[in-house]
Write a protein that binds this ligand. Structure first.
Ligand code: B12
Length: 308
């Protein structure tokens, strides 16, 4: 199961979310759903839009199978802490469809992507790390868990709206830092906030990151630091990155487990975030502060008018 951008009819969408076809058509007219016309002139809705609607409006999902989801959707624990042990078992056993379903069900239960990352995925990997450290799981199980999670995060992108602003965000990890998940999460969360966010990848020398800032001049640059390789003078190299960001008017956001307080005291940046939820809040504040007509669409929960 992945969330392909398949199209369904308004009648199917109405059945899927358990409302009348007339209500659904009215919501289409109000612009709550993006619709496309087939060559024959019939109105169709992308499945991703229907899933996003369920997420944004806390709307029940009556027939998930119409959307290509297993009938059991929303029957897994919709609260975050209850999902962690099931997710850990699914990841360790390589049960990718189950792991994806857990994440999707949390999203459909209206949890934000940032909260899912902080409160479910990060603790799940912490548990996987503990099991790896005491050798109760094999290395391949830890690596496979990362691969699965990475694919799920990419799939979640298909549910996101296309950013409406021209605001760019780029970032990645420094040379020697092989951790991919945090940076992928940052990208996802910033896209959710309305940025054109794209990760540059992992293990990139800082001079190369500086060139990326100078050439792209993004509104925001993120650095995720989960590991500092021996011999790297992070503070010195980082100060050059910090200057480059200042010159191009770029907000520099840093985070990651390897950025301890002592290190941070010697670094200059716009914001340090412990969590994806803090990043989301910072990104929203940035929009509000810089304001103007160019402002990206920060996701809000619109109320649905009309009853089925
Ligand atoms: C997966 C993993 C790896 C994988 C990563 C693969 C991949 N494709 O990403 C690989 C195999 C590379 C790896 C290697 C190593 N690992 Co490792 N790894 C882990 C593990 C299990 C999960 C890390 C992870 O991705 N978590 C998910 C992320 C999303 O969660 P997070 O890091 O908590 O991030 C959150 C916040 O910090 C914040 N955040 C993070 N970055 C940013 C950035 C920004 C901008 C913002 C806003 C927020 C933010 O938001 C996130 C979500 O809440 C951890 C266990 C653990 N406790 O986390 C061990 C762990 C971190 N690894 C550890 C070790 C020892 C290593 C190695 C040194 C092992 C070795 N001897 O080679 C190497 C070093 C690698 C390197 N050079 O980079 C130890 C570290 C111990 C310590 N005290 O430092 C841990 C804790 C395992 C353990 N229990 O011992 N590892």
């Amino acid at each position: 199961m992945s969330f392909r951008p398949d199209l369904i009819s308004p009648r199917e969408a109405a059945h899927a979310i358990g409302v009348s076809e007339s209500s659904l058509k009215r919501w289409c007219d109000q612009g709550l759903f993006h619709t496309v016309r087939t060559v024959g002139g019939h109105r169709k809705l992308p499945i991703a839009d229907v899933l996003r609607f369920v997420h944004e409006h806390r709307h029940p999902l009556a027939s998930p199978e119409i959307l290509g989801l297993p009938p059991a959707s929303l029957q897994l624990p919709a609260h975050m802490s209850g999902s962690i042990p099931i997710l850990v078992e699914a990841l360790v056993a390589g049960k990718e469809p189950l792991a994806r379903q857990i994440v999707l069900d949390l999203y459909l239960a209206s949890h934000s992507l940032s909260a899912i990352c902080d409160n479910v995925l990060s603790p799940a990997f912490s548990e996987i790390g503990d099991r790896w450290a005491c050798q109760s799981i094999d290395i391949y199980q830890e690596r496979r868990s990362c691969e699965i999670c990475q694919r799920i995060l990419f799939d979640m992108r298909e549910l996101q709206r296309l950013p409406e602003s021209g605001w760019q965000a780029i970032g990645g990890t420094i040379e020697g830092d092989l951790y991919a998940l945090p940076s992928t999460m940052v990208e996802l969360v910033l896209r959710e906030c309305g940025f054109h966010a794209s990760s540059l990848g992992n293990s990139i020398p800082i001079p190369s990151l500086i060139r990326a800032v100078e050439e792209t001049r993004p509104e925001l640059f993120w650095l995720s630091v989960s590991h500092v390789r021996e011999g790297l003078d992070l503070v010195r190299e980082f100060s050059a990155l910090s200057l480059a960001c200042a010159r191009s008017g770029t907000a520099l956001v840093v985070g990651g487990r390897a950025l301890g307080e002592k290190l941070r005291q010697r670094m200059v940046y716009s914001a340090f975030c412990d969590t994806m939820q803090q990043l989301e809040s910072f990104a929203q504040t940035l929009f509000a502060a810089r304001g103007g007509g160019d402002k990206p669409q920060v996701k809000g929960r619109r109320r649905v008018s009309g009853k089925s």
